[in-house]
Structure formats: C-alpha cells, structure tokens
Design a protein around this ligand. Structure first.
Ligand code: SAM
Length: 247
C-alpha cells in the first residue's frame, strides 16, 4: 500500500500522490469543472494558469475543524507557508492535531519564511550603512526593502492578487472576499529554527531537525516537487525547512 502523505494548506501547490487539502477557491474550482467554466472569465490569467498547473486532487476542507483523518493513520504531514498565517496561540494545537493523525514514527515537515535569515539580512544591511553616512537613495531604498521583507506581510491591507489588477476588479474583489486580513493572507507570527523547535517539542515531537530543500526522511520526498518551482529552482526562497517525528 502506498504511504499516506498530507499536503495541508496546499493552495495551488499540489502533488499527485499526496492528499492535498485546502479551503481556497483553487480547491473548490479544481473539483467543480462546471463552476470553473462559469467563472473562468472573471478569475484572471494568473489564477487560471495556477489551476491548470495543479497536479492530483484537492480535498476542500477547513483545517480549523481539524484534520479529517483518523488517529495514527498517516505516514507524513507536510505544510508550506501556512503556520505564519495561524494565530500564534493556535500553532501548538495545530501541531498536536498533526501528531494525532500521524502514525508512531511518522514524519512532520514544514516550510515557513525564515525570520532568522531575514533578521541577519537586516542587521547586515544596518551594519553596512553605519559605515556609509553618504549612502545613496537607492541604497537606503534597498535597506527599507529589508524592513518590508520582515513586516510587510503582517501589516498590508491589499491582497497579493490585487497587484496589477484594474481598480474596478480590485474594488469588486475586496467587497466580495475582503482585504488581505479577511482573506487570511496576512502573517500572524514569525518563525525561526528555535521558536519552531520549542513549539514542536511542546507538541510532543522528537528528532527535531532543521533541513534543507528536498532533503527529508520522507521516502522519495524530492520527487513530489513541492519545494521546487517550474524552472527547478527553490519554490519559496528564504524558507526554513523543519522536520521531526511522532515518537
Ligand atoms: C500562503 S498559502 C501557501 C500555499 C502553498 N502551501 C504554498 O506553499 O504555496 C497558505 C494556504 O493555507 C490555506 N489555509 C489557511 N488556513 C486554512 C484553513 N483553515 N483550512 C484550509 N486551508 C487553509 C490557504 O487557503 C492558503 O492556500
């Protein structure tokens, strides 16, 4: 029997051979071709391309209601760029829910923006500028971008998909599905190796390790392609990859 591997909060980044789960528009449209056809003219080129690129099926499910699998029934659980969207106090309960469905020895792996790396980049930029009181505007703008990388996703109002859209479409989408916060796009907390270790340890996991892209104890992990883009590069550069096991 092939292993059961969950890809939680998959968005449009899905893999055949995984159970992909999400509550987004992609999950709904991917399962309902008639509905997709009806609203296709309104969803924009980018979203159409993402839908076309989705491999495997997606289960439409709200993970706030738990993971729809029995205790000890799953071999591995992966989630990418999801925990930073969860309120901090709900992350450990979410990890415990992951532990519930994993079989003993099962692997829990996740990717999230690496706040440690962003912090290092910011401090390096700060140190470099301290030596250059005559820094140009371009250099100061580049420095400002380091700050944006750390906090922009927590404070922004406009949804990411609004960029490049006309004003009328932006307004309609905002009325129908809300701003970035209502759509769940904003970051609620930031994670580095060490607060991740603490949250995983408190949730009962063992063998906690920082990993790199594609390197995993999940057999055949790299072949799923969930950490690569279409060109074969890193799907989300700047990611922290953590992995651990249920005892
Ligand atoms: C930033 S996206 C990441 C998508 C994908 N994993 C990736 O790395 O590109 C976060 C995803 O989590 C999903 N998500 C957030 N809360 C969820 C919930 N309660 N139930 C199901 N999916 C959820 C969102 O719909 C979204 O697709």
């Amino acid at each position: 029997m092939s292993p059961v591997i969950l890809n939680l909060g998959c968005g449009s980044k899905t893999a055949a051979g995984c159970v992909n789960i999400d509550w987004s528009l992609y999950a709904v449209l991917q399962r309902r071709p008639a509905l997709r056809k009806a609203i296709e003219p309104f969803i924009g080129h980018q979203r159409r391309a993402r839908l076309d690129g989705m491999a495997g099926d997606v289960m439409a499910h709200n993970l706030r209601r738990g993971i729809p699998f029995a205790d000890n029934s799953v071999d591995a659980v992966f989630h990418s760029h999801m925990i930073e969207h969860i309120d901090r106090e709900f992350v450990e309960p979410f990890f415990r829910e992951v532990a519930r469905v994993l079989r003993p020895g099962g692997v829990h792996r996740f990717a999230t923006p690496d706040f440690g790396q962003l912090g290092h980049l910011y401090v390096s930029s700060l140190d470099a500028l301290a030596q250059r009181p005559e820094a140009s505007d371009a250099e100061l703008i580049a420095h400002e971008a380091r700050i944006a990388e750390m906090i922009e996703q927590s404070v922004r109002r406009d949804a990411g998909s609004a960029a490049g859209q006309g004003r009328a479409r932006r307004t309609i989408e905002r009325i129908l599905v809300g701003d970035a916060r209502r759509r769940g796009e904003t970051h609620q907390w930031a994670w580095d190796e060490f607060n991740s270790r603490l949250a995983l340890r408190r949730s009962g996991f063992v063998g906690i390790e920082k990993k790199s892209m594609d390197r995993s104890d999940i057999p055949g992990w790299a072949a799923f392609g969930l950490e690569r883009d279409e060109a074969g590069g890193e799907y989300k550069p700047g990611s922290l990859y953590m992995e651990c096991r249920k005892p």
